[in-house]
Every structure is written in structure tokens, then in C-alpha cells.
Design a protein around this ligand. Structure first.
Ligand code: AR6
Length: 169
């Protein structure tokens, strides 16, 4: 059974085996969580990302997939980068958002990570409504077949924290 816990604050301050990054397919950095992770984690993360682009992911990491790098100077062993979908009013991209959580946990299992911190993927720059993003995140982790012992959702502000809290019993 995976324990789901919530924390409010900056995900780059967490001590866990793996920190999940809400990246973009370039894997070369950006704003939001991605910017914060590269800033605090230092250049080793970007160096690993560049190696991935030069080898397996020449065209970038597709939406809904996940890949791991070093965590550099963060208090974690790995960063798992995943690319959330941009929210759309006309298309239902929920399955791609669910896939981010599922694929990140699959990578965590490959690595042997037991504690994993997730941000609320796609709910920032990518525009996903927080309540729906929280529902998809919690349902997907609850249904996942994983050896991860703790999934910690790290929410930046109180509104996000409350949205996730409403999804838990
Ligand atoms: N710790 C925890 N949560 C955070 C932090 C932090 N340090 N910073 C922001 N959030 P976003 P996305 C929250 O925009 O929507 C980047 O440019 C934020 O309030 O980081 O998946 C990438 O390179 C929001 O609730 O990710 C992509 O281009 C959530 O984390 C694009 O943004 C996700 O916001 C990805 O957009």
C-alpha cells in the first residue's frame, strides 16, 4: 500500500528518494517547478538532460512519459522528469496527465525509490484547473501498482494544498 501525504511549500526543499519535475519535452529547463529544480539542483541535472537528448530522446521527451536523472545538489537521489499536457478546453487530455503520474512511479520502481515527491503537474504554466489536476493525481496514484511506499504531493500554496486535501479521506 502506498501512503499518500501532503506538504505545502517548495518541492526543492524536500528530502526524498526522488523528486518529480514538471518539465517540458526539451528537458532543457523552464519556469515554475522546472526552473526551481535546475536552480537549486545545479548544473549536473542539466548535463544529464543534455545526455538524454543526445542519446534516447533526440526529439525530446513525449508528453505523458518520464525519465530520470541525477538530483545534483538536491536532497534526493534522483529527479524524475515528466512532461504534462497543456490544458485544452476542447480536447480531453486527462489520460496524458494520469500517464505522467503512472510513468513517474514506474521509473521510481525501476530505480528502487521508496519515497517520491510530486508537484501538481500541469496546474501552473500549462493551465490545468487545480481541482481536476488534484483529482487525477490522487486517483492515479491510488490505483497505481507500485512499490513506492510514500507519495508526497508538494503543493506550492494553500489553495493547491486544499484542493489535494479534498481528494483524500
Ligand atoms: N515547488 C512546488 N510547487 C511549485 C513550485 C515549487 N518550487 N513552483 C511552482 N509550483 P509549473 P506546469 C507549482 O508551471 O504547469 C515550465 O516552464 C505551481 O504553482 O511548474 O506542468 C516547464 O519547463 C503549479 O501548481 O508546471 C514547462 O514548460 C505546479 O507547481 C511548463 O512550465 C506546476 O506548475 C510546465 O508547466
Amino acid at each position: 500500500m502506498t501512503r499518500i501525504t501532503l506538504a505545502q511549500g517548495d518541492i526543492t526543499r524536500q528530502s526524498v528518494d526522488a523528486i518529480v519535475n514538471a518539465a517540458n519535452s526539451s528537458l532543457l529547463g523552464g519556469g515554475g517547478v522546472d526552473g526551481a529544480i535546475h536552480r537549486r539542483g545545479g548544473p549536473a541535472i542539466l548535463a544529464d538532460c543534455r545526455r538524454l537528448r543526445a542519446s534516447h530522446y533526440g526529439k525530446g521527451l513525449p508528453t505523458g512519459q518520464a525519465v530520470a536523472t541525477t538530483a545534483g545538489d538536491l536532497d534526493a537521489r534522483w529527479v524524475i522528469h515528466t512532461v504534462g499536457p497543456v490544458h485544452s478546453q476542447s480536447l480531453d487530455r486527462s489520460e496524458l496527465l494520469a500517464s505522467c503520474y503512472r510513468e513517474s512511479l514506474r521509473r521510481a520502481d525501476e530505480l528502487g525509490a521508496r519515497t517520491v515527491a510530486f508537484p501538481a503537474i500541469s496546474t501552473g504554466i500549462y493551465g490545468w484547473p487545480m481541482d481536476d489536476g488534484a483529482r487525477i493525481a490522487v486517483e492515479t496514484v491510488r490505483d497505481a501498482d507500485t512499490a513506492v511506499e510514500e507519495v508526497r504531493f508538494v503543493l506550492f500554496d494553500e489553495q493547491a494544498y486544499e484542493a489535494f486535501a479534498r481528494q483524500l479521506p
